[in-house]
Design a binder for this molecule. Structure first.
Ligand SMILES: [Zn+2]
Length: 236
């Protein structure tokens, strides 16, 4: 672990893997050896706590993770503008080329306390957005065996296979493990990953303040980046 006083910056430099709709650099932090695991945050720009917590997890390590690659901001334009979608108004997590992708507007709730729904586009076509295409290209290159995608704030970990890794992560994070978030998510990264045969945990932080997440979620993510996932994965 790095001394606390050094955690303001990263131990290693990220690598570019594309450009966003507004031309922002898409970047990832490579694994030192092999990216058995890819952990990403901020595919929804209205969930900036995922970016901060994952960034802090990476900045807590003295050296790059041996077997995990990290994307702190999968949707940098959305994070900069505070929008769920990218600069084209597309929900990137409904823009993946899945069997169930559909062109109709998709909705999300304005807040957990309101039933009122907000519309976004899934894109004019599957994988129409540069952020989605770049992410798919990076996954094809890295060939991770597992993916973790951080979200908020449904307070659960979705793991359709209820895998040992999912059970371990749920126990360590205090989040309930569920087979499904309970509603259809056509074109989602979770569905796409499953179709590619890559197990994915859709890790939904609880609706709690970021200061609280530093205590409930950050320690688990540090353990995962340190390679603690190896045993639950059985990846050897
Ligand atoms: Zn989300």
């Amino acid at each position: 672990m790095r001394p606390m006083s050094h955690r303001g910056t990263f131990a290693d430099q990220p690598v570019a893997f594309g450009r966003s709709a507004l031309g922002s650099r898409l970047e990832y932090f490579p694994a030192a050896e092999r990216a058995d695991l890819l952990v990403l945050a901020g595919i929804h720009g209205e969930e900036p706590d995922t970016t901060v917590v994952l960034s802090r997890a990476l900045r807590s390590l003295a050296a790059p993770p041996r077997r995990a690659a990290v994307i702190t901001a999968a949707n940098p334009d959305g994070l900069a503008r505070g929008t769920r979608g990218n600069a084209n108004g597309v929900d990137l997590n409904r823009n993946f080329p899945t069997a169930d992708w559909q062109p109709d507007p998709i909705t999300h709730r304005w807040s957990l306390r309101h039933d009122s729904e907000v519309e976004l586009s899934p894109g004019p076509a599957p994988c129409s957005e540069p952020e989605t295409a770049a992410l798919i290209g990076l996954i094809a290159e890295l060939k991770p065996r597992h993916i973790i995608s951080l979200h908020g704030h449904l307070d659960c970990i979705e793991d359709p296979g209820l895998s040992p890794f999912g059970r371990w992560a749920a126990e360590r994070s205090g989040l309930p493990l569920v087979e499904s978030v309970g509603y259809a998510t056509p074109g989602s990264m979770g569905t796409w990953s499953a179709e590619q045969g890559i197990p994915i945990l859709t890790w939904e932080f609880a609706p709690e303040a970021i200061e609280s997440l530093f205590h409930t979620q950050l320690p688990v993510l540090i353990e995962i980046l340190q390679g603690e996932f190896a045993a639950p994965l059985g990846a050897g």
